[in-house]
Design a protein around this ligand. Structure first.
Ligand SMILES: Cc1ncc(COP(=O)(O)O)c(C=O)c1O
Length: 397
């Protein structure tokens, strides 16, 4: 491995959400934070160098995205995902959550129905409800320790007012990398019922071996024409603070509607460093990403075997993609509020409660494994001692 991910970097007092607002989020300032989806690794040197070079110019006026910015994205998407994208199909947006909200505003009317597949990344739900649309839930199935889409339920939930589905591809938090066949079945239903597909593919580069990401728009030309694909370098290269993402829309009519919604609120400008970092990441990031994925897989393997060996009543749903693992605590027979209290105050671990992701999240927690191996070891030990402490107390009672 050429790159070193073992270094522990103090992120305290850097205005960092993950570490600096622990007290606000958990009511405890000393929890080990393994919650929000960013990485405790340094952004790679080739990105930092490109930013420093631009910084040394010392003028930061309005900027424009040139061809090299778009060409870097196009090359990356083709090489990594076998997806051919035209330059004019790429629309800048300052983040995927803003893009989800703009899609809802651009393509649906108040009162229209929009489908989400919980347990799922919580802004999916809020982008529907906060824009006055009706939320329809098509809960994922969980059988034999594996999640799948419930197509029968989906068909039953569709009616005249159903206009859109928000897809997490790969899925946060359950870690599924949806297969070609699954996406084909889903998109067949959507095509038949004229439902627009918004596929959030922000985690697509973080697909772990041996799984393979399928871009929704690659299913067929018809699907590409009835879908909007959201992607960004932010998760892959730890650039979330630079608010730079791409909304890729091959259908001209859909693209114009999105651009109109974006321009209405004048947020298409972006920022110089987002442009520079994105170009550098997509131009030079291949080897770094390959090392990163191996490192994350090793963290996943470690925690999974640690749990099997020492804490067999806590089960990991192994991620096929993303750097987060979904942990099943249901055998502990705790209510969600007791489990949350136990993890924060006894184990001193800052995870994300499964219930935050909606229906089907009860009894689960999401843990972020994009951190040095030592941090994962520490988390495992904290959990182990807390369980022992709880067992002793139960015994004493
Ligand atoms: C599925 C998914 N979409 C979007 C985001 C956030 O995107 P952004 O920071 O670009 O708004 C996240 C962050 O965790 C995510 O997991």
């Amino acid at each position: 491995m050429k790159y070193n991910f073992d270094e522990t970097i103090n992120r305290n007092a850097t205005d960092c959400v993950k570490w600096d607002i622990r007290k606000q989020i958990f009511g405890e300032s000393e929890v080990l934070p393994m919650w929000v989806a960013d990485m405790d690794f340094k952004t790679p040197d080739f990105i930092v160098e490109a930013m420093k070079k631009r910084m040394s110019h010392e003028i930061f006026g309005y900027s424009v995205r040139q061809d090299d910015y778009f060409q870097a994205i196009i090359k990356w998407l083709y090489q990594r995902h076998k997806w051919k994208v035209e330059q004019e199909h790429i629309v800048f947006c300052p983040g995927i959550v803003p893009a989800l909200n703009l899609c809802v505003q651009a393509y649906t009317q108040p009162g229209d129905k929009i489908i989400v597949q919980p347990p799922v990344y919580f802004p999916f739900k809020s982008s529907v409800l906060e824009n006055g649309r009706q939320l329809v839930t098509n809960q994922l199935c969980f059988e034999n320790n594996r999640y799948s889409m419930d197509f029968d339920d989906l068909k039953k939930k569709i009616d005249r007012r159903t206009k859109m589905i928000l897809i997490s591809n790969p899925h946060n938090p359950v870690g599924r990398s949806w297969t070609f066949d699954e996406l084909k079945e889903l998109s067949d239903i959507c095509l038949k019922n004229n439902i627009l597909m918004i596929s959030d593919e922000i985690h697509h580069d973080l697909t772990l071996k041996p799984f393979q990401h399928t871009v929704l728009a690659n299913i067929s030309d018809e699907v590409a024409a009835q879908s909007v694909i959201l992607t960004a370098p932010s998760k892959t290269f730890n650039l979330a603070g630079l608010s730079t993402s791409s909304v890729i829309i091959s259908n001209l009519n859909l693209r114009n509607l999105f651009i109109t919604a974006l321009e209405k609120v004048h947020i298409g400008g972006g920022n110089i460093f987002g442009n520079i970092a994105s170009t550098a990441a997509y131009t030079h990031g291949d080897a770094w990403l390959s090392d990163l994925l191996d490192y994350i897989s090793a963290n996943v393997n470690f925690l999974d075997s640690y749990l099997q060996k020492n804490l067999s009543h806590i089960k990991m749903i192994r991620p096929e993609a993303t750097y987060m693992a979904w942990l099943d605590f249901r055998e502990l027979n705790m209510s969600d509020s007791v489990l949350k209290h136990f993890l924060i105050h006894t184990a001193k671990l800052g995870l994300v409660a499964g219930t935050d992701f909606g229906q089907g999240g009860e009894g689960f927690q999401r843990i972020n494994l994009a951190c040095p191996h030592k941090t994962v070891e520490k988390a495992a030990e904290l959990l182990n001692s807390a369980i022992k402490e709880m067992s002793n107390n139960r015994y004493l009672l």
